[in-house]
Design a protein around this ligand. Structure first.
Ligand SMILES: NC(=O)C1=CN([C@@H]2O[C@H](COP(=O)(O)OP(=O)(O)OC[C@H]3O[C@@H](n4cnc5c(N)ncnc54)[C@H](OP(=O)(O)O)[C@@H]3O)[C@@H](O)[C@H]2O)C=CC1
Ligand SMILES: O=C(O)[C@@H]1CCC=N1
Length: 289
């Protein structure tokens, strides 16, 4: 592992072990921001070689399409990013065990998977950074929660921070709070898309063309997020400024209240975090057996 400066990310080798949507979001962010030479990024899958070749063509990263290339990429990378689905993670980490050197850094993006389960599966206290990113990393607007195992060195902490700061915002949290991050921002883009789907459908129902309904919705969500971001005002205060007494917005919000909108969002986020813990328990059970 090389030095401690923020430029050191450029010098380390990364291996994405599991090269699906979230891996693509992160690697694309790093490559397009010119923070990593794609030749220092290897992508590994279980079986889908075509996908690896597509990533090579699109971003210039190195596909590990044979078992030999895959094993060598995993053994030689400074950082191995675990990017498979939770249900595939126990087998994948067990397969990684004989290939790893003790100082290699593992970064996991896997929902629910705890640091202690990774240690159990590897049978040693490998340095692990447990994260919960989101897909907006693709355009540099990700939001990532980060927590560290005790054995992570200060240089490795710095590298993980530089890597995820390169694709958006980071929040370092204690590991038990990673499920809360999953509830708010990991799955969060899906709630916003769901809201947008409903807004577009209603606009069309009221007679707008689908294109106009979509354009108006997208700009409204962008503008609202940017207002909170750039003015620093609370969403509640900004909402009140839109809501004239006895006006149209008040009528809309009262209708949302009749459908328990805020309670529904609250329950959804709490359930999301709970689901992450359930999935983590299922992986732990596989690790024990
Ligand atoms: N999507 C999201 O918004 C977010 C996802 N996450 C987490 O990221 C992880 C990946 O999600 P996502 O990117 O959506 O998943 P995808 O299904 O898009 O990708 C999973 C990838 O893992 C590969 N894979 C599966 N098993 C193995 C194995 N044994 N060895 C090597 N590669 C393997 C698959 O390869 P193959 O096709 O060859 O089987 C596939 O390329 C999940 O654990 C999820 O919890 C976290 C935050 C946000
Ligand atoms: O739905 C999931 O399980 C993953 C984790 C966060 C976003 N997608």
């Amino acid at each position: 592992m090389v030095g401690t400066t923020t430029s050191s990310l450029g010098e380390v080798t990364l291996c994405f072990y599991g090269a699906g949507s979230i891996a693509e979001a992160i690697l694309r962010g790093l490559v397009e921001a010119k923070l990593k030479d794609p030749k220092h990024i290897t992508v590994v899958n279980r079986q889908n070689a075509e996908r690896l070749l597509q990533l090579e063509q699109q971003y210039g990263v190195v596909p590990a399409t044979t078992d030999e290339l895959k094993n060598s990429a995993l053994s030689n990378a400074d950082i191995v990013i675990l990017g498979m689905k939770p249900k595939d993670s126990a087998n994948a980490i067990k397969a990684l065990k004989p290939l790893l050197r003790p100082e290699q850094l593992i970064i996991s993006v896997i929902a629910g998977l705890s640091i202690s389960t990774i240690h159990q599966l590897l049978d040693r206290r490998q340095p692990v950074v447990r994260t919960m990113p989101n897909t907006s990393s693709t355009i540099g607007l990700g939001a990532t929660g980060i927590s560290y195992s005790e054995s992570v060195t200060s240089e490795q902490r710095e590298l993980a921070l530089v890597m995820f700061n390169a694709v958006g915002l980071t929040a370092v949290v204690d590991e038990p709070l990673i499920e809360a991050v999953n509830g708010v921002s990991g799955s969060g883009p899906a709630y916003v898309y769901y809201l947008m789907e409903a807004m577009i459908d209603a606009g069309v129902q009221l007679g707008l063309t689908p294109e106009a309904a979509k354009d108006l919705t997208v700009q409204t969500v962008r503008g609202a997020a940017e207002m909170v971001f750039s003015t620093g005002e609370n969403p509640g205060d900004l909402r009140r400024k839109v809501t004239s007494p006895n006006g149209t917005t008040q009528a809309a919000i009262e209708t949302l209240d009749q459908f328990a909108f805020q309670e529904g969002m609250n329950k959804a986020i709490v359930r999301c975090a709970e689901r992450a813990r359930e999935m983590g328990e299922a992986i732990r059970a596989e690790a024990i057996n």
